[in-house]
Structures are given as structure tokens and as C-alpha cells.
Design a protein around this ligand. Structure first.
Ligand SMILES: Nc1ncnc2c1ncn2[C@@H]1O[C@H](COP(=O)(O)OP(=O)(O)OP(=O)(O)O)[C@@H](O)[C@H]1O
Length: 271
């Protein structure tokens, strides 16, 4: 197997997604072609309603395309799988379980066939430690902040050791300071775990700060990929130093130009 072949983690070929609606078929996406390589951080950005979540759901295997194909690690994506963990904006934790139990549930599902309880517990502890949540392990979601809940969601996803981490606006509901802190933590975690990440965002700065590649989508209906911007900023990235740098500003401007000049449609974007 050649190196370039084996490092393609996600391949999307000619994908179209049409929904059945009361008013007839609605084509949300058309002709989507994209490759995400191992260890790459990809941001999906575009105006509200263009189809970012639809595309992420297809990669997650929560839906199937009406045309085209999606592969993960050279295998057709035919449904959800532990190699593709999803973190949603609303953290979707089970409120009656502690943070530890929420993560343990996922660990158990993926590893219980081959590992004993002590090993599963160690994995859970390690995932919570990775997001700095060991002290809150025995608390329930109702007893912790929104940012902490989101960290539990990320810990739960990471605990499954997924090949790909799929993030659907994971920080969208958080205040600016918490959001910045979690972005920095995510950068650190991704550097440590070498994870492959696809993240939906509305935030231009978030996309430039985190990504290796920004996939800019045209407006729907029948949205497609308008442009892919490669972000060649060195890592580790420091938000304060970067904000002043000329290359950062150029990447930022390229995304803003695409969104506001070429796909003008003002809604919900943070620039
Ligand atoms: N199950 C569905 N049935 C019918 N239409 C749908 C369905 N899911 C999504 N759509 C439509 O497909 C389009 C894309 O939706 P999607 O949620 O993927 O956009 P988005 O870019 O993620 O939006 P936002 O940024 O606001 O979250 C929208 O017009 C939406 O109304």
C-alpha cells in the first residue's frame, strides 16, 4: 500500500444529498469531493443553512448520500462507527450519569470485548484528565458549566480513540473566553493524539487558528465546495502572536472575501 493511499482517512467522491420534503425534493448538497488525510485538521465553513452539518452527518454515517460515496480508512461509510466520534454543539450528555459514567459508557461500548474493568476505568480516567476534568469526574452534567460539559463531550469522543474526530460547532454555545480556552486545549490535545479532525464552524478566526485546511462552502440549495484554503501556519500556534502576524491576516482575509464578497449572504457568521 502506498503512503499517500494509506494516509487518506476520509474520501468523499461526488456526493449529493437530497431530502424529501413536503414541497418536494430539496437538494442540499451536490458534487462534493474532498479528501482528508491522516492527522489533518479540516474546518468546514459557510453561511447558515449551506449544508455543513449535512456533510458532517454523512461523514459520521448518520445519513447516507443520495449519490456518490464516502470512505473512511479505505472502507465505505455505511453507518456510525467508533472510528468516527462526533461532538455536537449541545454536548448530548446523559444527565443522570456522572461525567465519569458518561465517558465510561462510550469506553465500555468500544473496548469491553477485549479489556477488563480496571483497563476501561483507566481509559476513562485518562480521557477526563486529558481535558482537565479529573476533579469533576463524579459530578453530574447539571452541576458543571457549559464549557465543562463540552469538555466531557470531547473526552467521551477521544476516549474511543477514534480515527476521526467530527466536531459540529462544538464551541458555538460558549462565551468568547471559554471558547478561546477550549480552542487552545483542543489544539494541544490534537497535537498530542495526532487526531484527524473535521470541524464545522461559523467562526473565521477559529477556522484559521485551528485548521490545516479550510473548506469553504457555497450557499445552498445545491451547495458545494467553493474553495479549499490550505493554512500553512507553523505549529504550535499561539493565538496572541498569530493575531498580529501578516500571514494570519491574509488567511483571515481570504476566508472573509469568500464569504462576504463571493458568497455574500449575511447571517450568523463571526468575522
Ligand atoms: N432532514 C432534512 N430534511 C429536509 N431538509 C433538510 C434536512 N436536514 C437539513 N436540511 C436542509 O438542508 C440545508 C442544509 O442544512 P444544514 O443543517 O446542513 O446547514 P448548516 O450549514 O449546517 O447550517 P447552520 O450553519 O445554520 O447550522 C438547509 O436548507 C436545511 O434546511
Amino acid at each position: 500500500m502506498s503512503e499517500s493511499f494509506s494516509t487518506k482517512y476520509i474520501e468523499i467522491h461526488g456526493v449529493e444529498q437530497t431530502f424529501k420534503t413536503k414541497k418536494g425534493p430539496f437538494r442540499a448538497l451536490q458534487n462534493i469531493n474532498l479528501t482528508v488525510t491522516k492527522g489533518e485538521f479540516v474546518a468546514l465553513i459557510g453561511h447558515s443553512g449551506c449544508g455543513k452539518s449535512t456533510l458532517l452527518n454523512l461523514i459520521a454515517g448518520l445519513t447516507t448520500p443520495t449519490q456518490g460515496s464516502l470512505l473512511c480508512a479505505n472502507r465505505e461509510i455505511a453507518g456510525p462507527g467508533p472510528e468516527r466520534a462526533v461532538v455536537f454543539q449541545n454536548h448530548s450528555l446523559l444527565p443522570w450519569l456522572t461525567c465519569f459514567e458518561n465517558v465510561y459508557l462510550a469506553v465500555e461500548r468500544v473496548f469491553s470485548a477485549n479489556e477488563n474493568k480496571a483497563q476501561l476505568k483507566a481509559r476513562t480516567d485518562a480521557a477526563l484528565a486529558m481535558v482537565g476534568l479529573s476533579p469533576a469526574a463524579q459530578k453530574r452534567p447539571g452541576e458543571i458549566s457549559g464549557g465543562m460539559k463540552q469538555r466531557v463531550g470531547i473526552a467521551r469522543a477521544l476516549s474511543m480513540e477514534p480515527k476521526v474526530l467530527l466536531l459540529d460547532e462544538p464551541f458555538g454555545a460558549l462565551d468568547a473566553l471559554t471558547r478561546a480556552k477550549l480552542q487552545d486545549e483542543l489544539l494541544q490535545i490534537v497535537a498530542n493524539t495526532q487526531s484527524t479532525v473535521v470541524m464545522v464552524t461559523h467562526d473565521v478566526d477559529e477556522a484559521v487558528l485551528l485548521s490545516d485546511k479550510i473548506v469553504m462552502m457555497t450557499n445552498g440549495p445545491s451547495a458545494t465546495i467553493g474553495e479549499v484554503l490550505r493554512v500553512d501556519l507553523p505549529r504550535p500556534r499561539d493565538r496572541v502572536a498569530l493575531a498580529e502576524s501578516a500571514p494570519y491576516q491574509q488567511y483571515r482575509k481570504a476566508v472573509i472575501d469568500f464569504l462576504y464578497t463571493r458568497q455574500a449572504h449575511v447571517e450568523k457568521l463571526t468575522a
